[in-house]
Design a protein around this ligand. Structure first.
Ligand code: CMC
Length: 392
C-alpha cells in the first residue's frame, strides 16, 4: 500500500494540532495556554486552571465564581451511584474502580452525552470535574471501610475533598491550610501535559464520537500503567524496598544500570523532557516544605534525594538525559498527607481531568479531526490454502 514508515511509540508523529499546552523538553519549559507552570502553581487555583485549559483564557472574577459555584453544586452523586461504588471488592485497586465509576457516570447522566451539542458538553465537563472529586474521596473511604460523606457546598474544591476523604462523621474537621495549598498545587501541576499516553487515548476513543465519559474512562485506564501515572505508586514501592534492604542504594542503582530484570529507576526519565522536568522541580520544593510543616520526617525522602544525587552524577543517566519526572517526589507528599500508595494514581487522574476534557473538546471542535485509525505494515504469511483439521 506504499506505507514505508513505522513509528513505534509515535516518537516522531504529531497526531493533532493543539493550542492548549506547550512543552520545550530540552529547555524544561511547560506552559498552559501560554502561562508558565511556575506562575500558575504559585498563584492560581485548580479550578481556575481547569477553566483556563478548557476555555482558553483566564476567567474574570464573576466567570470564575460562576464556574466554581456550578462545579460545587454538582459534587453530590446519585444515591444509587454510592451503592454502585460499594459493589467493588474493598481492596480492589482504586484505579480500576475509578475507571469503572467514570464510565458508569454516563448511565446516570444520559442528558449529558451528545458530543456535538456545546451546552451538553459543558454540562458533562462540570459533572466530571465535580463527581470525580467525590468519587476519589470515596475510593479512599471504601478502602478504609469508613462511611461515605456528603459534599459541603460552603467549602472550596480541595478543602472539601480533604474533609470528605479524612474527616470523621459528625466531628468538626478543619483541613491544614498547608495541605490544602500543597494539594491544590499538585493538581495544577498534573492538569495537562499535551499528547501523553492517556490524553492520546482520550482523543482516539473520542474520535469515534464516543461520549466524554467513555473517552475519559479509557484515559484513566491508560494512566494506570507504571510507565505513566502508575509511576507515582511504583516510586514509593521502590523507595520502601530500598529502605527494607538496609538502604542499599548503590546495589539498587547497579541493578538499574545493568537493566537486571528490567528494573528501572521509577520516577525518572521522560519521552519529551531531556532536562529537569519543571513540575518535578516544584514538587521537590513542596515535598520538603510539606513534610517539615507536618513534622513528618520521612526516611524515604532521604533515600529519594540520595538516588537523585547519584543519578545526576552518573554517566548512565547523564548520557541518556534521565532526570526526575513529576512522579518522583509526589508520592512522598501524598503519603505525608495520609493517602495510601494505591490512592496516588487516582490523585493524578483527578488532577489530569481538566486536561483530558480540554483536549477532548479541542478534538471534537477541530475540523481536521478524523477517526483515529493508524495503519500497519503487514509482516504475516502471504496467501495460503485452508487445510481441514483432520488433515493437519
Ligand atoms: N531507569 C533506567 N533507565 C531508563 C529509565 C529509567 N527510569 N528511563 C529510560 N531509561 C533508559 C532506557 O533503558 C533506554 O536505554 P537504552 O538507550 O540503553 O536502551 C533509554 O533510557 C531511553 O529510554 P526509552 O524507554 O526508550 O524512553 P521512552 O521515551 O520510551 O520512555 C519513560 C519514557 C517515561 C516510559 C521511561 O523513561 C520510563 O520507563 N521511566 C520510568 C517510569 C516513569 O517514571 N514514568 C513516569 C513518566 S512521567 C509522568 C507520567 O507520564 O506519568
Amino acid at each position: 500500500t506504499g506505507l514505508v514508515t513505522v513509528d513505534p511509540g509515535f516518537t516522531n508523529t504529531a497526531s493533532c494540532e493543539s493550542s492548549i499546552t506547550y512543552i520545550d523538553g530540552d529547555a524544561g519549559i511547560l506552559r498552559y495556554r501560554g502561562y508558565p507552570i511556575e506562575q500558575l502553581a504559585e498563584q492560581s487555583s485548580f479550578l481556575e486552571v481547569a477553566y483556563l485549559l478548557i476555555h482558553g483564557a483566564l476567567p474574570d472574577a464573576a466567570a470564575l465564581d460562576a464556574f466554581v459555584e456550578r462545579v460545587n453544586r454538582h459534587t453530590f452523586v446519585h444515591e444509587d451511584f454510592r451503592t454502585f461504588m460499594g459493589t467493588f471488592p474493598r481492596d480492589g485497586h482504586p484505579m480500576a474502580v475509578l475507571a469503572s465509576a467514570i464510565n458508569a457516570l454516563s448511565t446516570f447522566y444520559p442528558e449529558s452525552l451528545d458530543p456535538r451539542d456545546p451546552e451538553t458538553v459543558e454540562l458533562a465537563t462540570v459533572l466530571l470535574l465535580a463527581k470525580t472529586r467525590t468519587i476519589t474521596s470515596y475510593l479512599h473511604r471504601r478502602r478504609a471501610g469508613e462511611p461515605l460523606l456528603y459534599p459541603d457546598y460552603s467549602r472550596g474544591y480541595v478543602d472539601d475533598f480533604l474533609r470528605m476523604t479524612f474527616a470523621t462523621p459528625y466531628q468538626q474537621y478543619e483541613a491544614d491550610p498547608v495541605v490544602v495549598d500543597a494539594l491544590d498545587k499538585l493538581l495544577i501541576l498534573h492538569a495537562d501535559h499535551e499528547q501523553n499516553c492517556s490524553t492520546s487515548t482520550v482523543r482516539v476513543v473520542g474520535s469515534s464520537n464516543a461520549n466524554l465519559y467513555a473517552s475519559v474512562a479509557a484515559g484513566v485506564n491508560a494512566l494506570s500503567g507504571p510507565s505513566h501515572g502508575g509511576a507515582n505508586e511504583a516510586v514509593l514501592a521502590m523507595l520502601t524496598e530500598i529502605q527494607g534492604s538496609d538502604f542499599d542504594v548503590d546495589t539498587f542503582m547497579t541493578k538499574v544500570k545493568n537493566k537486571e530484570d528490567g528494573v528501572r529507576l521509577m520516577g525518572f526519565g521522560h519521552r519529551v523532557y531531556k532536562s529537569y522536568d519543571p513540575r518535578a522541580a516544584i514538587v521537590k520544593k513542596s515535598a520538603d516544605a510539606v513534610l517539615s510543616s507536618l513534622g513528618k520526617n520521612d526516611e524515604l525522602l532521604d533515600i529519594a534525594l540520595r538516588l537523585e544525587e547519584i543519578a545526576l552524577n552518573d554517566d548512565y543517566f547523564v548520557e541518556r538525559k534521565l532526570y526526575p519526572n513529576v512522579d518522583f517526589y509526589t508520592g512522598l507528599i501524598y503519603k505525608a498527607m495520609g493517602f495510601s500508595p494505591a490512592m496516588f494514581t487516582p490523585l493524578f487522574a483527578l488532577g489530569r481531568m481538566p486536561g483530558w476534557i480540554a483536549q477532548w473538546r479541542e478534538m471534537v471542535n477541530d475540523p481536521q479531526t478524523k477517526i483515529g485509525r493508524p495503519r500497519q505494515i503487514y509482516t504475516g504469511e502471504t496467501e495460503r490454502d485452508y487445510v481441514p483439521v483432520a488433515s493437519r
